[in-house]
Each structure stands twice: as C-alpha cells, then as structure tokens.
Design a protein around this ligand. Structure first.
Ligand code: CP
Ligand code: NVA
Length: 301
C-alpha cells in the first residue's frame, strides 16, 4: 500500500495489522508512553471542506508521534488561484512525508496521488471516507472482540462513508445491509467491487430489514458537505430512515449504535439513541486518533 485513496487499497492482512498497531498505540498513550516514531517528519493536510475530528486527530497524531502537521486550506493556497493539482503534488512532495487531503471530488485526491512521490491519504471525498472506517472497525472490534460474521446495518443516505463501510465490511468478512430511500443507494461500482472481494452486501429500501438482528447500526448525516442545496428534499425523503428506539429494538440486545459525527439529533438519529446506552459515537471519534497514527506509521515508515 503506497496511498490510501479507497478502503479497497488495503488488504485483509493490512487492515488487521493497522488495527493491531492502533490498539497498541492507544494503550501506550493511556500509559503516557512516548511514541515519537515520526520525529522531524512533517505532513501536509489539504482541506477543501470543514472538519473537526479529522483535522484535530491528524494534528494530534503527528504531535504525539514527534512530528508536525501543517493545515493547508485551499482558500489560502495557490491551487485555489489556478495552480494545478499536479504541480501542487510535485512541490509538496519535496517538503513533506505524506499528504492528507479532504476534497470535494474523488478525482482530486486520485490526481494528487498520481503526481506525488509521497503517500497520499484520502481524508474524505465525495466517494469515500476510508480513515473513518478504519477507526470504526477498531471500535467494533473493541466492543465485539471480532469482526467476521457480524451484521452491520447502514440506515440512511448511501453516501461516501457508506461506500467505504461496504468495502471495509468486505475486507473483514462482515455482512452489511444498507437501507436507503430510492435514489440514495450507495455507489453501484463499489457494491460490485465489494461483492467481487467476497463481501455480503444487501441494498434494501426497508430500514427494519437492515436493523433486524443487527450487531451494529450506523447513522450519518442526511445532508453531506456539498449536498446543501438539496437540504429540504433530503430531509423529507430520508425522514422514514431515522435511527430511533423503535429501530434499535429490532436489533440484537447488545447492538452498538455508531455515527461518524457530526450528528443532527432529531434528523438522522433521535437524541434518545444518540445519547443512550447503545451509542459508542465518542469512542469512534477517539479511535480516529489511534487508527490514523497506525496508518501514518504504516505509510511513512
Ligand atoms: N467524521 C469526520 O470525519 O468528522 P469531521 O468532518 O469533523 O472531520
Ligand atoms: N457524509 C458526511 C460525512 C462527514 C464526516 C459528509 O460528507 O459531509
């Protein structure tokens, strides 16, 4: 693995190795142990869109590892004034050890990877969000002590996070059932790719079918960054897909409820569920830090 553009850039063994490293790094951080394995190394983080978790967790990850992370907002960069993505990648490759990029178009992060001589990490595009899913698999493993054979219910918009979840589940042999309204299905090429990888993927319009006997129920916003103009339409069409107590009651008793955050209580998830006993959303957010440390070490060492 040279870059992480798609969840499918990882093999089964690589994801397990990253999760094991992440677990070890988490335990070391809790014990206050120094892990300055990236001393004197800098990464650049290009952001076209807003972020709380991704930005902060990558910055803290680099600081904990003894290195440095530069936040690069495209509004302040020459790429925002017409310099090409290819030239930007070539120049940044002369200073940095890794580029982390959050972009609107998936093609932009692919282009960065094509023209850089250092690893490029997709920190969310319109098609995928692999960093989120690595942390989520870590969280699932912490709660369930396994990954293979579980049932993962994605309920809502079949968006970028959903696409990476489909590939992530295929990698670890976890069943995924996506329930979404017509017109909100996940990317069909990704579904096909996951099935070719041996993944068990079902796409339905029935949220109850997804939730029934699920080990994991997952929510994400109904209006992703870039979808703001469709806000009213999306809130209406996705309303029957809210994750609430009624839906959670259909799942296994020890179901965990996940959300990549930011959340909108009362839209994609009820406040009762979001703040209830099944919710593991803040563990997920924390695990972004540990999982990304492991990813950076895997790519940069
Ligand atoms: N889940 C996630 O990527 O959050 P941010 O948009 O805050 O980075
Ligand atoms: N699907 C959401 C995820 C945010 C972390 C978005 O793209 O805005």
């Amino acid at each position: 693995m040279k870059h992480l553009i798609s969840m499918a850039d990882l093999t089964h063994d690589e994801i397990i190795e990253i999760l094991d490293m992440a677990t070890d790094l988490k335990e070391k951080r809790q014990r206050g142990k120094v892990t300055d394995l990236l001393k004197n190394k800098s990464i650049g983080m290009i952001f076209e869109k807003s972020s709380t978790r991704t930005r902060v967790s990558f910055e803290v990850a680099m600081s904990d590892l003894g290195g440095h992370a530069l936040y690069l907002n495209t509004r302040d960069m020459q790429v925002g004034r017409g310099e090409t993505v290819a030239d930007t990648a070539a120049v940044l490759s002369r200073y940095l050890y890794c580029i982390v990029a959050r972009v609107y178009s998936h093609d932009t992060v692919k282009e960065l990877a094509e023209h850089s001589s250092i690893p490029v990490v997709n920190a969310l595009s319109d098609l995928e969000h692999p960093c989120q899913i690595i942390a989520d698999l870590m969280t699932i493993r912490e709660y369930k002590n396994r990954l293979t054979g579980l049932k993962y219910a994605w309920i809502g918009d079949g968006n970028n996070v959903c696409n990476s979840a489909i590939l992530g589940c295929a990698l670890v042999d976890m069943e995924i059932v996506v329930a979404c309204p017509p017109g909100y299905e996940p990317d069909e090429n990704i579904v096909e790719q996951a099935r070719k990888m041996g993944g068990k993927v079902t796409v339905t319009h029935d949220p109850a079918e997804a939730a029934r006997d699920a080990d994991i129920i997952y929510a994400d916003v109904w209006v992703s960054m870039g979808d703001e103009e469709e806000r009213e339409k999306r809130l209406t069409e996705l309303a029957p897909y809210q994750i609430n107590s009624e839906l959670v009651d259909l799942a296994k008793q020890d179901v965990i409820v996940m959300h990549c955050l930011p959340a909108h209580r009362g839209e994609e998830i009820s406040a009762e569920v979001m703040d209830g006993p099944h919710s593991v959303v803040f563990d997920q957010a924390e695990n972004r830090l540990h999982a990304q440390k492991a990813l950076l070490l895997k790519l940069m060492c």
